[in-house]
Design a protein around this ligand. Structure first.
Ligand SMILES: Cc1cc2nc3c(=O)[nH]c(=O)nc-3n(C[C@H](O)[C@H](O)[C@H](O)COP(=O)(O)OP(=O)(O)OC[C@H]3O[C@@H](n4cnc5c(N)ncnc54)[C@H](O)[C@@H]3O)c2cc1C
Length: 495
């Protein structure tokens, strides 16, 4: 008999929901995490009198109680953790700012967003409505296709519009560059500029937040990670922290267990990997990895990481001039140039500003606030920095984020009480992912569901992949992916 029915490598979002779903479904499961806390990206840490959120800016897919059949509320219900989570709704979608050019805040509802855009750019109401209709149609039919509706029954809107660059679709709907920039601002989350980003991805994101609203959690993403871990442990699951899997073991071509970094071998018939795809296959005997899988991995590009400046400020959001939980500030209207700068250490050209105390999540003491500034960035630029220059370089680069922020909310620099800076190298160290990638492989058109499905086709018997490297990155997709993969194991290995 095996030591366990299943072993899950990594306690990121997908690893946690996979482990909890498996254990609650009756599979004896071991969860192995190299870090000392659960969550992967979904964690927080303390500095002085502040707690800092590592990753979560806006949680999609929570929706209302009535929508729970199709949202994350349903998953949390199945894991028995709904009562442990306090959802905090953000009422604005985002504020979009190009200093001296535009400053528009969109409320998080379809009609409110139309009104706000019409007020800022009169004469565009009908165009915005038409654009939002296309967003809804494309998302609806994309979801249907992804859930198995036969291609011939899927509306052609997905095939006609889905893979087009977002910029083309925006150009077709609008003449005013400013409205295009506002509606395209979420590209800063997805890591590809509108000239490259698939419209279906932008549509899905806009739909997720406008239909189901942006949310946060009291206690941050760590509260969610801890609650899922508790659900797993209460069901009898076992976890090892500060432990890395170094080898995935096979017998007769099928997975039969793992080797841990202290040399111990643990057996199981199923191994779910939440680690990166290159690392996962690198831990297998090369002879069992099909040539097609190796060729496939070789054809993909390591995705984008992030640079984050966490700040504890000795003033309230109102005192500082923050009026939206999420703001995107761009140096100018040139998204392609902003994206190119993410490959360099040149002064930042676009930041996402999260003010966690507009709708407080409980991380800052009364009278103070927690704000994070993030830009997506590739790790390559940091690989070239000599170790002795690293600290100086990261603080110099962080200053450029504050410079850009000061153009929206002057005076913030003077209110800084605590700071902590994370570079792509920090992400690499904490997550163990190549390039410190936070969404797995580069999310360009070749990664879309129309062309590949790594989650369903891992190529080695007994191996399962769950998380950003095997599908879409982001909180909602990875939380759902872990549970989905676990359900597949439960279905196909039922006693
Ligand atoms: C700064 C930042 C901001 C972000 N903002 C948002 C946002 O606002 N909204 C959103 O939806 N998404 C956001 N994301 C992205 C999102 O957090 C990630 O895509 C998602 O959390 C990835 O989840 P995952 O399940 O793939 O696991 P990961 O979080 O990647 O975790 C993988 C886990 O596996 C562990 N591991 C790796 N190798 C081994 C091994 N050999 N043995 C044991 N354990 C191992 C790692 O330690 C880690 O805990 C952000 C991410 C970051 C970093």
């Amino acid at each position: 008999m095996s030591d366990f029915d299943a072993i899950v490598i990594g306690a990121g979002n997908a690893g946690l929901t996979a482990a909890a779903t498996l254990q609650r479904g009756g599979k004896r499961t071991l969860l192995v995490e190299r870090h000392n806390v659960p969550g992967g990206c979904a964690t927080s840490f303390r500095r002085g009198r502040f707690e800092f959120e590592v990753a979560l800016h806006q949680l999609s897919g929570i929706g209302t109680e009535e929508q729970k059949r199709i949202t994350l509320r349903g998953l949390f219900g199945k894991l028995g953790i709904t009562d442990k989570l306090e959802f905090v709704e953000e009422h604005d979608l985002y504020r979009s700012v190009v200093p001296g050019v535009l400053d528009v805040t969109l409320p998080a509802d379809w009609d409110g967003a139309v009104d706000a855009l019409e007020a800022a750019f009169p004469g565009n109401r009908v165009r915005v409505q038409k654009f939002f209709d296309l967003v809804k149609q494309t998302t609806y039919w994309q979801m249907a296709a992804m859930r198995g509706t036969p291609a011939e029954q899927v509306d052609a809107v997905v095939f006609r519009q889905g893979l087009r660059p977002t910029q083309d679709v925006l150009d077709e709907h609008f003449d005013d560059q400013r409205i295009k920039l506002v509606l395209g601002s979420y590209w800063s989350y997805l890591g590809q500029p509108p000239s490259v980003l698939r419209f279906q991805d932008m549509a899905m994101l806009l739909f997720a937040y406008l239909e189901f609203k942006p949310w946060h959690l009291r206690g941050g993403s760590q509260a969610m990670s801890t609650a899922i871990l508790d659900s797993f442990l209460e069901a009898g699951g076992q976890v090892r922290f500060n432990t890395a899997v170094t080898r995935i073991l096979t017998r007769n071509g099928a997975v039969c267990g793992v080797r841990l970094d202290d040399g111990e071998e643990v057996s199981a018939g199923a191994v779910v990997s939440n680690a990166s795809t290159p690392l996962t296959y690198g831990m297998l005997d090369p002879d069992v990895v099909p040539h097609s899988v190796r060729r496939d991995i070789g054809s993909r590009r390591i995705g984008i990481s992030a640079f984050v400046l966490h700040m504890g400020l000795d003033a309230t959001p109102a005192e500082l001039g923050f009026n939206a939980s999420t703001s995107f500030v761009f140096a100018d209207m040139d998204d392609d140039r902003t994206f190119q700068a993410m490959r360099t250490l040149d002064p930042v050209r676009g930041i996402c500003v999260s003010s966690y105390d507009i709708e407080p999540i409980g991380f800052a003491p009364t009278g103070a606030s927690h704000v994070s500034l993030m830009t997506l960035q590739y790790a390559d630029a940091w690989d070239k920095v000599a170790p002795e220059d690293y600290a100086r370089t990261k603080f110099a680069y962080a200053e450029t984020l504050i410079d850009l922020l000061e153009k929206m909310t002057p005076g913030v620099r003077d209110a800084i009480e605590e700071v902590d800076v994370a570079t792509p190298l920090t992400m690499m160290r904490y997550l163990g992912h190549p390039g410190g990638a936070i969404y797995g492989f580069d999310q360009d058109a070749t990664e879309s569901w129309q062309f590949r499905n790594s989650e369903r086709e891992p190529g080695v018997t007994g191996l399962y992949l769950a998380g950003s490297w095997a599908g879409y990155g982001g909180f909602q997709p990875t939380l759902e992916a872990g549970a989905r993969v676990a359900r597949r194991i439960l279905r196909f290995t039922a006693a």
